[in-house]
Design a protein around this ligand. Sequence first.
Ligand SMILES: *[C@@H]1O[C@H](CO)[C@@H](O)[C@H](O)[C@H]1NC(C)=O
Length: 142
Amino acid sequence: MPRAQLHLLPWLSFFFTVSHIIRSSYGDVGTSAQYPPPYLPTACYGGDAGQFPSSNLFAAAGDGIWDNGAACGRQYLVRCISAEQPRTCFLDQNIQVKIVDYVAMANSQPSETGTTMVLSEAAFSTIANSSATLINIEFQQV
Ligand SMILES: *[C@@H]1O[C@H](CO)[C@@H](O)[C@H](O)[C@H]1NC(C)=O
């Protein structure tokens, strides 16, 4: 290998280490509550029952991520990092949720107001004990 390229090796390995660290952590920290059925109609897609992913992992956007409706259809990776009630976070679980609603217009009340996103019961109970009402999350748009 020519000397000029050998000089680049430490920089390359530095670059890959940093990009690996960035990829294995999530973008933002926020809060989540949960909301029960009925989920229809939604602010994004009205009364169409086909809007929900078959996994039932979906969410309503809070004011912070609603983005004037541009949030509709966005997918987020979400995990629980801590909870108001001790030991209710399932720290090893991740979910991918689809935004289908706006919290302020949702058909049912969230377990807590003012959160970043409100998760469907199926989504919430995958990353936290369903008895919890408020959790802290890490989330990233995918
Ligand atoms: C959820 O919490 C309740 C009481 O706080 C506990 O009895 C139950 O075992 C927990 N469930 C899970 C799946 O951790």
